[in-house]
Design a protein around this ligand. Structure first.
Ligand SMILES: *[C@@H]1O[C@H](CO)[C@@H](O)[C@H](O)[C@H]1NC(C)=O
Ligand SMILES: *[C@@H]1O[C@H](CO)[C@@H](O)[C@H](O)[C@H]1NC(C)=O
Ligand SMILES: *[C@@H]1O[C@H](CO)[C@@H](O)[C@H](O)[C@H]1NC(C)=O
Length: 900
């Protein structure tokens, strides 16, 4: 049946009569075939059903490090960022003489990356043995399934059809077998029979399907149907196979298969090829060049990284350059990493890009790499910086934050800590592709994250990643990076996080605006994301590090997302790239207090001691709204909401969810105003006289508005049941059960103007919570739609800081502003040092004048200031505010005063 695919192109050049004739003949043939294969077909359908199950099972057994590279499901969405067929195919690749030694070196290194470097792998290591056994098992299964048919090579994977993902999966399976064949210790190791089966399979795919003459494939490329599998997935896998089997394939196969890859990849000098897809395409060409011994192809791959060879529209897609605010996809200097134009995505596509580039740099730029093929782009250094600049701000204890993982949160097996392990492996690999200090820096992050990741990192990596990681971890004298402490901001992706000074907890916020999309929903994934980007608060604690990975997304209540204010009627389905409706989303990290200024890069882990963040919340369905602020400090986060409004139809209660906790074990104690509640699930309690509450293993909660007129606080304990398929239709349908404790503020039915004010004290004990309620270090100054502000004294009274969101020009606590802004003002060291920090969360106001009478009153003198910030008597002008970034001015005082 192998003739069928190549026949189609010929059909195109016939007259309509001839076509009719042939069609009729074909119909006849097909009819006969249907009868012949009728029985077989139903059997095949069964096998197909089985195969999906097996496929899923196999994916579960994949090594996490490879998972994101091999799981095609996540990349087949055509969103315009992939390569296109641009005009004529590139000319055939001429053979060029090059140093054989260089190619052999690169092949050896790539083999080590894909299969393993068995000179350095310690075969007695139990992790290695487990890994080898798994590879052997995987090889056995593939071998069992190989069965050459007219439309497939594996009996349970297929068909080999241009619009189907089956051909990529077929190559992936054959890669698995090739790796097993090449790995010492497996049942298939260098087995001649295995090799012959493998070659038959590969020859079969090439002959009947994946060859340059296949018009169906070319048509798919043109219409962008299944392009990822055709132009990236399959060639990437095939190229790896060809390196592994280099000697066994012989020159003819290498030349033909390589040319097929080059033909299908096509022109890379096109503007739509960006980010992770560009990195992958570069990899495909580099590795193809290596197994073809073809210098041109290899160089074309290297040029693809830098996006050379096209006009300015193309060259701005170089992987080695920061993009400007508003440019969408890419790396930003402030630490932001966006994919799909509007989503923070370090924990998904960003990781894919880091990993792909790290692979290539470790291959081409290691100290022992050949000189002729180094990546010499002078800007390549930003990739080495990326780990600290773009990843450090979104990692706590070796786990990547949920809200920078896009719709991938709705995948059961792709947890934040597993993504953290992938990051650890990518950073380890990257450290091999550079020299000296840089490598030492990268290794220090690898150690930090490895030491704190909740999983066994060495268990989670592939055999080939193991030696690199082990060599870093075994070096006892190597430095460990300091863990982040305090607040960090990457304002262009509207991400803010506060790390406890002792790393025991971390608090993060997920915001949206006209610039940053609400949480990502795409296809069947993350379909209940309504409020995930509307000021969702995450509290990570060392007592339950995997809280969000513990069947959280399948059991959480999407209408009670912590931190958000919304009505109780289920909104219409979220839209892909649905944006916030308002400009205001951002914050300011205070540069004073002896901490950092909130920029992670080169901070040595020192973040800001205080931060103010705010968001003008207007829900996707436009039926709930609130002005929200979060003031983050060393032991508490104060959350304020004003102008809370709901107008749902039918009318429903507007809720602000303080907490909805997925308990690590059922029955965790809840304390309210000092009384203990250990009730069974289905328990509820409502009161407006709640001063404080405490949830074992999690946090204390202090209500700043307790009293007669305060909104009711609802407490409940629930046994929640959900399925992963509820949030991701491609996921498992089995039930998950978890016990939740909920703390909710009830603003009543469709309120016009309501408010809330509470503090979260992460991991505080009961006594501290009670004391904070009775005798807080903070004062609530105002909570209105004009100003939200608190003042906080800490360091035994030696530090005194005002944090304020000025939604409108105005004043509070002796500080006035002529424009809306975010502001933090305060002193430390008993009044000898002062700092004023201001930012513009709308990204629209360039200049703010702040009046601060304390400057004259205390005789403060300017010590230094950010560019554009000047003081003039009691006034400070902030000029050139941009991109949500904060600016600061420092003063020195005489110290020893009591009050601001
Ligand atoms: C390496 O670090 C040392 C000490 O911090 C510094 O003096 C030196 O300039 C650095 N070298 C490079 C190449 O960055
Ligand atoms: C251990 O790490 C230190 C610091 O990065 C480095 O100088 C040293 O060469 C490393 N030792 C080994 C055996 O790799
Ligand atoms: C600015 O002054 C403050 C207070 O004296 C000091 O802590 C800080 O390091 C100074 N920053 C710069 C860049 O000089």
């Amino acid at each position: 049946m192998g003739f069928m695919a190549p026949t189609f192109p010929a059909v195109r050049s016939l007259t309509s009569n001839q076509r009719l004739l042939i069609s009729s003949a074909l119909v006849l043939v097909v009819a006969v075939l249907i009868v012949m294969f009728g029985k077989l077909g139903s059997l095949r359908d069964k096998a197909q059903g089985l195969s999906e199950h097996v496929q899923k099972h196999l994916h579960l057994n994949d090594h996490p490090g490879q998972e994101h590279q091999q799981q095609p499901q996540q990349h087949i969405i055509n969103d315009g960022s992939g390569p296109q067929c641009a005009g004529d195919p590139p000319p055939p690749v001429p053979q060029r003489p090059a140093s054989q030694e260089a190619f052999a070196n690169l092949r050896r290194k790539w083999f080590a990356q894909v299969v393993g470097d068995f000179d350095t792998i310690d075969q007695s290591d139990p992790n290695v043995r487990t890994n080898v056994e798994a590879i052997s098992d995987g090889g056995r299964r593939v071998l069992r399934d190989i069965q050459l048919r007219w439309d497939r090579v594996l009996k349970n994977v297929g068909p080999l059809r241009a619009g189907d993902i089956g051909f990529h999966t077929s190559y992936t399976r054959l890669l698995r077998l090739a790796s097993a064949w090449a790995t010492p210790g497996t049942a298939q190791y260098r087995d001649e029979e295995v090799l012959q089966r493998l070659l038959q399979g590969l020859d079969h795919i090439h002959k009947i399907f994946y060859n340059s003459g296949n018009q169906d494939i070319k048509d798919c490329i043109k219409s962008r149907n299944n392009w990822w599998a055709i132009q990236i997935g399959a060639p990437k896998t095939l190229a790896d196979i060809c390196v592994i089997l280099y000697d066994q394939l012989g020159p003819d196969r290498r030349q033909q298969w390589g040319q097929t890859i080059v033909d299908f990849v096509g022109n890379t000098a096109i503007p739509s090829l960006k980010g992770g897809n560009r990195a992958w395409t570069a990899r495909v060409l580099v590795i193809t060049g290596i197994f073809m011994d073809n210098e041109d192809v290899l160089r074309r791959g290297i040029a693809t990284l830098s996006a050379q060879g096209g006009g300015p529209e193309v060259s701005k897609n170089t992987l080695f350059q920061y993009v400007e605010a508003g440019a969408g996809e890419g790396l930003y200097k402030d630490g932001t990493l966006l994919s799909h134009d509007v989503y923070p995505y370090a924990g998904g596509y960003g990781l894919v890009m880091l990993d792909s580039v790290a692979c290539l740099l470790a291959l081409l730029n290691a100290p022992d790499s050949p000189d002729e093929f180094r990546v010499t782009d002078p800007n390549a250094g930003i990739i080495y910086e990326m780990v600290e600049r773009n990843f450090l701000p979104v990692v706590w204890q070796g786990m990547i934050f949920e809200h920078v993982r896009g719709r991938e949160v709705a995948r059961r097996d792709g947890t934040g800590w597993k993504k953290g392990q992938a990051l650890i492996c990518a950073a380890a690999l990257l450290s091999k592709g550079c020299g000296g200090n840089v490598s030492s820096d990268l290794e220090s992050f690898v150690r930090l994250w490895h030491n704190s990741n909740p999983g066994a990192t060495l268990n989670g990596c592939t055999l080939s990643q193991m030696p690199t990681l082990q060599s870093i971890l075994r070096n006892r004298t190597g430095p460990v990076a300091a863990p982040p402490r305090g607040a960090f901001a990457t304002p262009l992706q509207e991400h803010f996080a506060y790390h406890a000074p002792d790393s025991r907890w971390c608090f993060t916020l997920s915001l949206c605006s006209k610039r940053i999309g609400r949480a990502e929903t795409l296809g069947v994934e993350n379909i209940k994301s309504w409020y995930q980007g509307d000021g969702m608060t995450y509290l990570y604690t060392h007592t339950h590090k995997t809280h969000y990975d513990d069947d959280y997304w399948s059991t959480m209540d999407p209408l009670h997302v912590p931190g958000t204010t919304n009505h109780q009627v289920e909104p219409p389905p979220p839209r892909y790239k649905g944006m916030g409706y308002r400009d205001w989303s951002g914050g300011a990290c205070w540069a004073g207090g002896g901490g950092g200024n909130g920029v992670a890069f080169r901070s040595g882990g020192a973040g800001a001691r205080v931060a103010a963040v705010s968001m003008d919340h207007y829900a996707g369905d436009k039926r709930s709204a609130a002005k929200k602020s979060w003031f983050m400090m060393e032991h508490a986060i104060v959350a304020l909401g004003a102008g809370c409004t709901g107008n749902s139809e039918p009318a429903s209660n507007l809720h602000t969810t303080v907490e909805s906790r997925n308990l690590d074990e059922p029955g965790r104690l809840l304390v309210i105003n000092g009384e203990e509640y250990r009730n069974e699930p289905d328990w509820e309690k409502a009161s407006n006289r709640v001063y404080w509450a405490w949830l074992e293993n999690t946090a204390g909660y202090v209500f700043l508005d307790a009293g007669r007129d305060a909104p009711y606080k609802l407490f409940s304990r629930q046994r929640r049941c959900g399925k992963w398929s509820d949030v991701n239709e491609g996921e498992e349908k089995s039930d998950c059960h978890r016990e939740y404790v909920n703390i909710i503020i009830d603003h009543g039915v469709n309120p016009k103007v309501s408010s809330y004010a509470y503090a979260i004290l992460p991991l505080a004990d009961v006594e501290t919570t009670r004391l904070s309620s009775e005798n807080p270090t903070w004062t609530l100054l105002q909570n209105t739609v004009e100003v939200q502000a608190i003042r906080n004294r800490f360091d035994n009274g030696n530090s005194d800081v005002l944090t304020a969101t000025f939604w409108a020009p105005g004043g509070v606590d002796g500080v006035g502003v002529d424009q809306p802004c975010q502001l933090v003002w305060g002193s430390w060291s008993g009044g000898s040092s002062w700092c004023l920090t201001v930012s513009d969360p709308t990204h629209k106001v360039q200049r703010v004048a702040v009046s601060v009478p304390a400057i004259g009153q205390w005789g403060l003198r300017t010590a230094n200031a950010s560019e554009g910030v000047v003081s003039d008597g009691d006034r400070v002008i902030f000029d050139g505010l941009k991109d949500g970034a904060a600016k600061s001015i420092f003063f020195t005082g005489r110290g020893g005063h009591d009050e601001l």
